[in-house]
Write a protein that binds this ligand. Structure first.
Ligand SMILES: [Zn+2]
Length: 335
């Protein structure tokens, strides 16, 4: 972990140099990155989720990781961009996305890394490390036994929540109105099952009550893959306000670290690499370097947006509403 942090800080330093110094510096940074295990714990690799769209665009993840200077990546997807999802659809989309990500691995000549030991071995061999993650437990649809199935397919990081409530909720999402009193029984069962299987639980998107309850249930370290300190809102007032509910307090960070957990820092609130490094440093000062990692929540592969029948229907509806609104306005007032 210390080595990962060191690399990030070096990258940030490069931004303060002249062009010539920077060129020379990047050569050194590149050679250092090649020696160290550099990981982004939360990177969205876009894939289709409906069967008709499989296997999706041909993506070369190996090259994308190499260009980004990363030796390890948490390959993430979420199924809840289209809402509401009908019963059964959350699982269907999960299975399709896993199949699409398998295709990306196949095209890229990669395979999933399934254990810590394997991770170290891959790195020694100069092979990229790809860890399968999902953002949101929507696919469980009330059935924690599906975690075993997901584990068997290679899932190793299970993020309980995402932006939208699941049909069978696992806890309260920090950007939604609290409705479930924090962690639900299903959420607690899912944490226990993850621990039994050896899957890492990610508490990103959980509100404060859900985090506190999840930490009571968990007996093993947890991850919060992408967040930041609530005391570091940055210079952009709009962003700071928008991001505030998504950040954790120093006290919460200490609670996560006390359980052996790790916190990933978002670059979203930094306007420069130096500021990003200083945000990371601020978290290190609170919980110690062994409890901090990088979670960019970005995309190193091309963006892919799936136009689903639900989205088409929504666009049509919005268009009809817009046309109706325009029709209702007096002449000369149509904008
Ligand atoms: Zn997220």
């Amino acid at each position: 972990m210390k080595k990962v942090m060191f690399t990030t800080l070096l990258c940030a330093l490069a931004a303060t140099m002249t062009a010539q110094e920077r060129d020379q510096y990047w050569v050194q940074a590149d050679s250092l990155c090649a020696k160290l295990l550099t990981m982004d714990t939360h990177n969205h690799i876009d894939v289709p989720m409906t069967k008709e769209k499989l296997p999706g665009p041909r993506v070369d993840l190996r090259t994308a990781m190499s260009k980004a200077g990363m030796s390890a990546v948490g390959m993430t997807f979420a199924v809840d961009y289209v809402q509401p999802l009908a019963e059964g659809q959350e699982y269907e989309r999960f299975v399709n996305a896993m199949t699409a990500q398998d295709s990306i691995l196949h095209w890229s000549g990669l395979r999933l890394t399934l254990s810590g030991r394997e991770m170290q071995q891959r790195f020694r061999e100069g092979e990229p490390v790809v860890i399968q993650c999902v953002e949101g437990g929507h696919f469980l649809e009330g059935d924690v036994a599906r975690l075993q199935e997901a584990y068997d397919r290679g899932l190793r990081v299970f993020c309980l929540l995402h932006d939208n409530d699941a049909n069978h909720p696992l806890g309260d999402v920090y950007t939604n109105q609290p409705r479930h009193g924090g962690l639900t029984r299903l959420g607690a069962d899912a944490i226990r099952e993850c621990e039994r299987l050896g899957m890492l639980v990610d508490l990103a998107h959980c509100d404060s009550a859900t985090i506190a309850m999840a930490l009571q249930v968990a007996t093993k370290p947890v991850l919060i893959s992408h967040t930041g300190l609530s005391t570091r809102l940055g210079s952009n007032e709009f962003m700071g306000k928008m991001m505030r509910p998504r950040l954790i307090t120093p006290a919460q960070a200490r609670m996560v670290a006390a359980k052996g957990g790790v916190i990933g820092i978002w670059p979203h609130l930094a306007s420069s690499p130096e500021e990003y490094a200083s945000n990371i440093r601020a978290m290190i000062d609170i919980v110690g370097i062994d409890h901090v990692c990088i979670g960019t929540d970005s995309k190193i592969t091309p963006e892919y947006q799936e136009i689903t029948p639900e989205m088409k229907e929504r666009f049509k509806k919005q268009q009809r509403e817009h046309e109706r609104e325009q029709g209702d306005r007096p002449q000369g007032d149509k904008k």
